[in-house]
Write a protein that binds this ligand. Structure first.
Ligand code: HEM
Length: 433
């Protein structure tokens, strides 16, 4: 198949889809309800308003979905390793993925109830009759797609962007190789968990024969009322200070790759994704005042210590009546603030996760080993350059952040997510062109 041949000649053609008229919008994501400027504080949480999730988000466009999109309630990330030696196989896979994503985001496929019951169904039926629920699919390329074990498998080594670095080892990292890296990464997000399951399975199925799953993590964003910033598993509002995806200037400055990157990555972004285990049992033993010092924010309102309302600016000079600082300099919010990092900013899009329980060794006092919640934050952020984004921030935070007593990075991935595409193109086409 020719490299730039349009999407279409894929094994998806054998599938039968019934198209439905675009579903009625039962509600509108919060960000869309508010004018760009006024949206800021409210939309910063990037979580959609509580609603009937019947919205189709456009698939084709300048940017891939799932980056500037207000966060959906559920997510599923899978990193894949490619086994094939053939460049053409990778192209075919990207074509199939693009086609599947374009279809699923508009309306999940339909189960063919008239099909021969002795045949394997081409459609899982997992999302039959369900609306697309703001489904987005985001595809990224890991450093090992370009070069792996010194091998340039697909003739791409010269095109590896300089910013697609191997992430350095950070203080405290306890990365499991089986939850780290990947040649390709796919993230699906939707407001209906069933749609997420359906979509990620279909994306994974298309890899059969050319690659395999390496690691995965599903996530959820819950506990929010309409227009509120959601709370994380530690009970704190998470997402208060973030880049506003509707602020085109900030997105250009901090999130979308510009002229400095290779052509195929213009209007794309770098995704850093790290499952961070949180010692919840340990956290729950802490006094609220200590928890608040750890984050630098009030638990109930989300206001910064020394402030009154959630969206008040951090006040690094605020003092109590004895002259002691109210906002510790090693509090998480203070450590991460742009003002303390030479203006560095990232677009956070993290989900909570809970994998049930596992035997885990605590790395902070009281040291012990027990069955504990294998849960935490699937930290995810997008940036124009990871060297001036995540790496810049986390190098200092990994050493001094008070939150480190409770948080352990157990996996990691960095993926270059190409721009969005027009109808007839496939994601990453300009890399292979
Ligand atoms: C378990 C891991 C983490 C948890 C539970 C967590 C939670 C939070 C919370 C509750 C806030 C305050 C509310 C807000 O502004 O959204 C916050 C702020 C922030 N976090 Fe994290 N975070 C984690 C890891 C990280 C990491 C690894 C980074 C980046 C290296 C990061 C970057 C930021 C930034 C940039 C802010 C905003 C700071 C500001 O400008 O005020 N976080 N985080």
């Amino acid at each position: 198949m020719k490299q730039n041949e349009s999407v279409g000649k894929t094994n998806l053609q054998r599938r039968q889809f019934l198209t439905k008229a675009a579903l009625a919008t039962a509600c509108t994501p919060l960000a869309a309800l508010l004018p760009a400027g006024a949206a800021q504080a409210k939309a910063r949480s990037t979580v959609a308003e509580s609603c009937t999730p019947a919205v189709n988000l456009p698939f084709f466009g300048t940017y891939q979905g799932g980056i500037a999109t207000p966060m959906q309630r559920h997510s599923y990330f899978v990193a894949f390793d490619l086994l094939t030696e053939k460049r053409a196989d990778v192209i075919t896979l990207l074509q199939s993925w693009t086609e599947a994503a374009a279809q699923m985001t508009q309306v999940p496929a339909q189960f063919d109830s008239h099909a021969d019951r002795d045949q394997v169904q081409q459609e899982s039926g997992v999302a039959v009759d369900l609306p697309a629920s703001r489904l987005t699919v985001t595809i990224g390329f890991g450093p090992t797609l370009f070069e792996k074990n010194g091998q340039d498998r697909y003739g791409l080594a010269k095109q590896r962007p300089v910013a697609l670095v191997d992430l350095p080892h950070f203080v405290g990292d306890q990365l499991d190789p089986q939850r780290t890296g990947g040649d390709l990464g796919v993230q699906v997000c939707a407001d209906d968990i069933q749609v997420v399951e359906y979509a990620i399975r279909r994306m994974a199925e298309l890899v059969a024969g050319v690659g395999e799953m390496r690691w995965a993590q599903s996530g959820f964003a819950g506990g929010f009322k309409a227009r509120d910033t959601p709370r994380n598993l530690q009970g704190f509002k998470d997402g208060t200070m973030n880049i506003d995806p509707q602020n085109a200037g900030d997105m250009k400055k901090f999130v979308w790759v510009g002229d400095e990157g290779p052509d195929w990555l213009h209007n794309g972004s770098y995704m850093v994704i790290r499952p961070i285990r949180i010692a919840l049992e340990h956290w729950d033993q802490m006094k609220t005042s200590f928890q608040e010092s750890t984050f630098g924010r009030q638990k109930a309102t989300g206001a910064p210590l020394g402030g009154h309302r959630e969206h008040d600016a951090l006040n690094f000079d605020a003092q109590d009546k004895n002259g002691a600082p109210l906002l510790p300099e090693n509090a998480h919010a203070a450590m991460a603030a742009a003002a303390n990092n030479e203006g560095a900013q990232i677009l956070r899009r993290s989900y909570s996760y809970d994998n049930g329980i596992a035997r885990i060794a605590e790395r902070w006092p009281p040291w012990h080993q027990a069955m504990m919640f294998d849960a935490g934050l699937l930290f995810q952020c997008y940036q124009r350059d990871p060297r001036t984004g995540f790496i810049k921030l986390f190098e200092r935070m990994s050493k001094f952040d008070m939150l480190n007593q409770f948080a352990t990075h157990v996996g990691s991935g960095l993926f270059a997510c190409p721009s969005g595409v027009k109808q007839g193109e496939f994601i990453g086409q300009r890399l292979f062109g």
